[in-house]
Design a protein around this ligand. Structure first.
Ligand SMILES: [Zn+2]
Length: 223
C-alpha cells in the first residue's frame, strides 16, 4: 500500500485500497489522522507513520460512518487516539449496527466519540486550527475538514465527489440528493489551495474547482 509525503507536514499515509479510503496524516510532534480505514490496515498505518517519524495519532478525524473510512476507529481509540466527528456521524459510530457497505465485513464495533461537533466550527488540535464543515448528502453526518498545513489551505472532501467529477456513492439509507447539492455549493464557495478526496488523487486548486463544478453538473444524473 502506497504512502507519500505530499508536502510539508501533510502525508498520504495509506493510499486507498480495496477496502479503505485514502488516509491522510497531518503531523510533526503529534499526529492527526483523517479517516482510518479498516482494522486490517492499522499495522500498515502505524508502520507508515513510523517511517516518517510520526507518532501514533493523538486524534482520528472521521469524515463519515462508511466502513472504508471508519471501521478501525475503535482500535485507534483503544490505543489512545481521541475520535473526532460530527454528532450525526458520532450517533452512527456509537451503535454496533451502523449502516455499512458492502456485506461480509468483519464485526462492527461501537466506538464512543470523544469530540462531537454540533455545527461548523474551528477546533484546535495539536496546534492546528481544523475546521469541520458539515456537508450532508452522501450520509447525514458527512463532513469535510479544512486546515492550513505548511502554508496551504487544505480541504479534505471525503466522498463528496470523485476526482472524475462524479458524486459519491448514493446507496446509504440516509443519502439525500438535495442536501448533496447544498453541500457541493457550500464547498464551491470556500477558498482552498488543495483538495484531498477520500478516493483518487490530490487536486490542485484549479483542478479541484473544475471537479466541484462537474459534480454539481452531475447532480442531474446521480450514479
Ligand atoms: Zn462513503
Amino acid at each position: 500500500m502506497k504512502r507519500k509525503r505530499l508536502f510539508g507536514n501533510l502525508y498520504l499515509i495509506c493510499q486507498e485500497g480495496e477496502k479503505n479510503c485514502n488516509i491522510y496524516a497531518i503531523g510533526e510532534a503529534e499526529t492527526i489522522l483523517i479517516d482510518c480505514g479498516i482494522p486490517e490496515i492499522m499495522e500498515t498505518i502505524t508502520n507508515h507513520l513510523s517511517s516518517f517519524c510520526l507518532p501514533f495519532p493523538s486524534y482520528v478525524l472521521i469524515t463519515h460512518c462508511h466502513f472504508d473510512h471508519s471501521l478501525a476507529a475503535p482500535d485507534f481509540k483503544e490505543k489512545g487516539s481521541k475520535i473526532v466527528a460530527h454528532y450525526k456521524t458520532a450517533e452512527a459510530l456509537e451503535k454496533d449496527t451502523y449502516k455499512i457497505w458492502p456485506e461480509n465485513l468483519p464485526a462492527v464495533k461501537a466506538v464512543k466519540v470523544d469530540i462531537k461537533v454540533k455545527k461548523d466550527c474551528l477546533i484546535n488540535l495539536s496546534g492546528y486550527q481544523v475546521k469541520l464543515l458539515h456537508t450532508p448528502g452522501h450520509t447525514a453526518g458527512s463532513s469535510c475538514f479544512m486546515a492550513e498545513i505548511s502554508g496551504r489551505k487544505c480541504l479534505f472532501t471525503s466522498d463528496l465527489f470523485l476526482p472524475s467529477g462524479k458524486i459519491g456513492w448514493k446507496g446509504s439509507i440516509d443519502f439525500n440528493l438535495a442536501e448533496f447539492g447544498e453541500s457541493l455549493r457550500k464547498i464551491r464557495a470556500l477558498d482552498f489551495d488543495i483538495l484531498l478526496p477520500g478516493h483518487g488523487d490530490m487536486l490542485e486548486k484549479e483542478e479541484g474547482r473544475e471537479c466541484i463544478e462537474r459534480a454539481i453538473e452531475n447532480l442531474k444524473n446521480p450514479l
